[in-house]
Every structure is written in C-alpha cells, then in structure tokens.
Write a protein that binds this ligand. Structure first.
Ligand code: TYD
Ligand code: MG
Length: 471
C-alpha cells in the first residue's frame, strides 16, 4: 500500500485521518481538520509508545482480590483547604493534575499562591518550579509581590521549549512542577506549529512521563475553548490523574473549583474562593457568603439548600414572572436545569392553575452555583409562585423537597444535614417533605429546634400559605 503523504488532525479531539473532512468523523466538530505532513503510522505509534512508557508496570500474575493492599498516597497540603478538599485531601505526590478554566478566571493567581504555601509547607517543605509560558519574569514578580508570594524553595522559569524546561528540571530537581499553560508549550523535535494539537499532546506527555518516572507532582493549566471544554486533545483528560475546573463569572468575585475526574478522591466536592485585592481567598462558609446581602421582602426569592459533596450549601433562587409579549412565552434559567424548570412550571400550571403559559419566566441562582438536585424543586416552585402572585416569601423561610409530576412532595437525601444547616443560618420556618419526618419518626428520632417551626408538606395541594409557611 502506498503510504499517505499527509494526515489531517482534528484540532478539537486529536483524531487523525488520511482524508480531509469538513466534519470530524470522531467528535463531530466542523472545520477542525488541519493538514500536517507526519506519516500517520509514526505519529500513532510514537504516542502509543509514550503512553505505554508512562503507564506503571503492573505485576502480570492474577492476585486474589482479598489479598490486594490499600495504596498509600502521600499528600501535601496546598495551604488552601478548599483546594485540598477538591483534590481529595491534598496534592498526591507524583500525580498529574489538569486545571482548566477561562482566561482571567484566576488560574495563575491560584497556582502562584499555592506554590508559595507548598514550598513553605507545613507538612515538609517542597521545592516548586513554576513554569510560565505566558508571562514575563517582571510580570510574575509584580503579581507575586502583590500576593505576598515567595519562599526559598520557589523557582520560576519563563520558557516554552519543553526540552529546555526538562534540562532545568534536572538541575533544580523540584518536587512540584507547575505548567502555565500546557497550550503554550512546544517540542522543537515535533514537526507541528506551537499551539497545535500535536504539540499540546506531546508536551503534556513529556510532563506526564516526568511525573510518573520521577515521582514529581505536576499541575498543568489548560485553557478552555468557547464551548467550555479543555482546548486540546480529549486524550489529555484521559492521561492525567485529576481534572479540575475553575469556574465563576469574571465580573463577580466568587470562584468555584470542582473536580471532573479524580483518581485519588471523589468528584463531587467543590471548593469556593473569592477574588480579592490580595488574590484568592478561601470561602470556608459558602452559605453565609452566598446569603450575605440578599434582598429582603422582595417577591420571587426563596432560599434553597443543596448538597455539594458532603456539604450542605444554602443559596437563593430568584424568579421573575412577567406577562409575555411573544407568541410563545420566554423561559430563561441560570443555575438550574432548564428542563427541570419547565417541568415545575407545568406541574404548577396543571395542578394549581397558575397561568405561567401566558407569562415569561426567568430563574437565577445567586453566586454562580449550579443546582442539579431535585431537592431544590420546592424552593423553585415557591419562588415562581411568589413572583406570579407578587407576594414576598418570608425571609426566614426555607423550602426543601422534590416535586413529582402528580404534585406530590417527595423525600430528599441528607435531610438532617440540610435542616441543621438551615437552622444554623437562622432560618425559622423550614418547609420539608412530610415523608422525611415520617421516616425519622419510624427510626425513633425526633426533630426539634427551639424557636424553629418545621412544616411538613405531602403535596403542593396542601393548603400552605406559600409565602408564610402556615396552614
Ligand atoms: P489570572 O490568575 O491571571 O487568570 P488566568 O491565569 O486564569 O487567566 O487572574 C486574572 C484576574 O484576576 C485579573 O483580571 C485580575 C484579577 N486579580 C485580582 O482581582 N486580584 C489579584 O490579587 C490578582 C493577582 C488578580
Ligand atoms: Mg494565567
């Protein structure tokens, strides 16, 4: 067979073909196939060989499952409890973490701050090499000064050539390498333009094999594309041990970090930060922060309690219902699943007769939180009803519960934790699913808090004064 002269590589997913396609056959993106001249076999086999090299060697004999030993991970605290939580209890030695986020969200700031605490480390000092391919030494110093960052073990390298970086690594012998960002790195021996998919993949592989061969922890910054995915080959996400997303609205100060993948911990914990003049500050008490300065006595607002990992977090749902001037009413939802919103609107319309179909409805969750739990249904319903009736929900009222299609109010998970958090934050009227209370009573547990009224509801037909919680 004749060997192909050029190959086409998708800039989104890294898929290679011998023919040009308008639409990538692998990921379905349009206009992403770019021509390159490396012979396909060589490219594929070199990547395969590298992946093989970085995979730890396993014993080849089968072993009884009961005889397996628990791995012991050595972790270092990053000095930021919120980040440690998302990592599963600290940065694992020899692990590779990909930190993704939009430009300007604060990735470099966060990493500079943790470099400093890693090398001043409580759990033993660690040598950190911060590699910046985006900023000059002067810019770094300026920022570091503002953040109060520094320390004996912190080294900085402004370089994008991977081979030169590796030489420096061998000189400095760091325990932690920070790569800001992987998209700016290139290997001069790879015949592909810097920033291309091949370069990103090859550079990432170089750092990953460094981590695996020498037990160095590597944190790589990854840019996201306009759809919010990590720019570069999808394979990047498969090659690293953990993928963290740094999110938030640039104009607001809150930032949330969450794990999309984590080989050394769970993926449902979040960490919360606030961007200040002195860099990122941990928010240890998210509920208090999210509720601070909430409007008082305004219709359309209701407090909601969601579980983020093991933590209950209280936020506020805001609804605005106004008469529509369109043939079909508008629905906009920010922070709540759009389909869930439509479902709740339909239930309220059908079962309680509210005329949402002639009204536009807008929903918003304060603080950039994304709620994907049915336990928020009741609060969403109350916010919508409060807005359509233009009656404010009491400020010390919170609603917890899932709504079924028949209008029934279903029990929620982590009931005690949610109620305790609501009580701790000063809520005095808590609307809860009756079923949760029944379950508790069966288990012989009573739920009583001084000065707190717990209102059980079986369904949305219960004659609740929706804005006051009384029968
Ligand atoms: P940066 O860490 O450069 O973002 P990224 O690396 O994700 O692109 O953060 C840039 C923004 O953060 C910038 O708009 C200014 C703001 N910022 C502060 O508000 N306070 C600070 O102390 C610092 C260092 C940055
Ligand atoms: Mg940056």
């Amino acid at each position: 067979m004749k060997s192909p002269k050029s190959i086409f590589t998708c800039t989104e997913c890294g898929h290679t073909t011998t023919k040009w396609y308008g639409k990538c056959p692998s990921c379905g993106e349009w206009n992403t196939m770019e021509e390159g001249d490396a012979p396909i076999e060589a490219a594929v086999s070199s990547t395969a060989a590298k992946i093989k090299r970085i995979t730890p060697e396993y014993e080849s004999d089968a072993i009884a499952f009961d005889d397996l030993e628990l791995p012991s991970f050595i972790r270092s605290t990053t000095g930021m409890g919120e980040l440690d939580r998302v990592l599963g209890g600290g940065l694992v030695h020899g692990s590779v973490v990909l930190l993704a986020g939009e430009p300007g969200i604060g990735k470099s700031t966060l990493l500079l701050q943790i470099s400093s605490s890693l090398c001043r480390g409580e759990g033993g000092e660690r040598k950190v090499l911060y590699i910046s391919g985006e900023e000059s030494q002067g810019q770094l110093k300026l920022r570091a000064k503002r953040l109060g960052v520094g320390g004996k073990g912190l080294y900085v390298l402004t370089e994008t050539n991977v081979r030169r970086i590796m030489t420096q690594c061998d000189k400095v012998k760091p325990d932690v390498i920070i790569v800001d960002s992987v998209q700016t790195m290139y290997d001069e021996h790879v015949a592909s333009a810097p920033g291309s998919i091949t370069q990103v993949r090859e550079s990432a592989l170089a750092f990953i094999s460094k981590a695996k061969n020498e037990g160095i922890s590597v944190i790589m910054v990854g840019h996201v594309n306009k759809e919010g995915g990590i720019a570069g080959p999808k394979v990047l996400e498969h090659m690293v041990d953990a993928v963290l997303y740094f999110e938030g609205e640039k104009l607001r100060s809150y930032r949330i970090i969450r794990a999309i993948k984590n080989r050394f911990g769970s993926t449902n914990e979040i960490g919360m930060f606030e961007m200040s003049d002195e860099g990122l500050v941990e928010v240890a008490n998210p509920s208090e922060t999210l509720l601070a300065g909430r409007p008082v006595g305004v219709s359309g607002n209701c407090a909601v309690c969601v579980m983020e990992g093991t933590r209950p977090i209280i936020a506020e749902v805001q609804a605005l219902v106004t008469q529509t001037s369109y043939p079909s009413p508008r629905r906009t939802s920010n922070g709540i699943d759009y389909n869930r919103m439509c479902l709740i609107l339909a239930v309220l319309e059908k079962r309680l007769g509210y005329r949402f179909s002639i009204n536009d409805a807008y929903l918003n969750v304060i603080g950039g939180l994304h709620i994907d739990e049915p336990a928020a249904d009741l609060a969403v319903a109350m916010a919508l009803i409060s807005s359509i009736k233009d009656e404010a929900v009491a400020d010390d009222l919170i609603a917890i519960g899932e709504i079924g299609l028949a209008g029934e109010c279903r029990a929620v998970q982590n009931f005690e934790q949610r109620v305790s958090e609501a009580v701790r934050l000063g809520f005095r009227k808590i609307i809860v699913p009756a079923r949760n209370l029944e379950l508790r009573e069966k288990a012989g547990k009573k739920m009583k808090f001084d000065g707190v009224e717990i209102v059980p509801v079986k369904s949305i037909f219960d004659r609740i004064n929706w804005t006051g919680g009384e029968k």
